[in-house]
Ligand binder design. Sequence first.
Ligand code: SAM
Ligand code: SF4
Length: 334
Amino acid sequence: MTTPTMIDPFGRHVSYLRVSVTDRCDFRCVYCMSEHMTFLPKPELLSLEELDRLCSAFIAKGVKKLRLTGGEPLVRKNILWLVEALSRHLKSGALEELTFTTNGSQLAKYASDLARFGVKRINVSVDTLDAAKFRNITRWGELAKVLNGIEAARTAGLKIKLNAVALKGVNEDEFDDMILYAHERDMDLTLIETMPLGEIDGDRTDQYLPLSIVRARMMDKWTLEDIPYKTGGPARYVRVKETGGKIGFITPLTHNFCESCNRVRITCTGQLYMCLGQDDMADLRAPLRASKDDALLSAAIDEAIARKPKGHDFVIDRRAAKPAVARHMSVTGG
Ligand code: SAM
Ligand code: SF4
């Protein structure tokens, strides 16, 4: 039997699904959310059973990698039920990887269960190693709790990648320390440029720090070697000769990474976004709820993949007063 595949109009195989299991979060990172967010009413959300059915439909269509994200995925009530349910696809071999992007605040509690259900790698977002700055960036977060969570995940045997958003005037003096912290613990570090998603309280042009500048500065201290390493994501990697560890650069603004895009995203209400940087979406909740079998759902997925756009056109400049996309990253999932 041939493996089913979803192929978009530009010949890209869609094999990676990112699922935002909740739009809620226990942090309020300044680049991601405003301080007073209005979250979706709970009845709007897909139940965990519905999320399982939706993910399983995508796996039946050839999705090999599934990432649970949010909001903060580990604050969704009973999230372990979903992880255990999805782990059957790892056991059968239909799914190659089940992974998370998390802020780490709940990792101390969940790391060993995640490992038990077959999660092998996770991304943890930490923008600074300074507790006061961490509080300022996340508004509500406690760095020590996150660092403990990272240690718990390492003890559980999870492979960790650290994600940090590069913020002008905030953490740009810390990247050398973060490289050491990460590489001493066998973790890769990925730096991300701020993307214009959703209304926030501040001005994004104040936060935007092009990674081309960061990389050039790093070369004063470190020997960076270009390597062809790929994780199925948009990061370009270099190896730091002195530490042996890797640094990834995600540059949606200075480099367009759409040509090799293999992913689609689902919100916690069942909206399928074919591109993080475009507004077009397909509602999958209606076909999911319309019948118990998956025929309508499957047809709706095919129809949506057939209109996956070629790419995004993010711009951050002072003339564009509004974000490129009104949704917050926490809705579509980072
Ligand atoms: N709460 C989890 C976390 O923070 O890892 C998962 C969701 S969060 C939306 C996923 C990633 O998106 C995080 O690494 C976060 O730093 C990043 N992110 C959020 N808003 C962003 C923005 N406007 N531009 C760039 N990255 C953003
Ligand atoms: Fe929450 Fe993650 Fe957004 Fe921070 S980046 S507010 S942790 S969803």
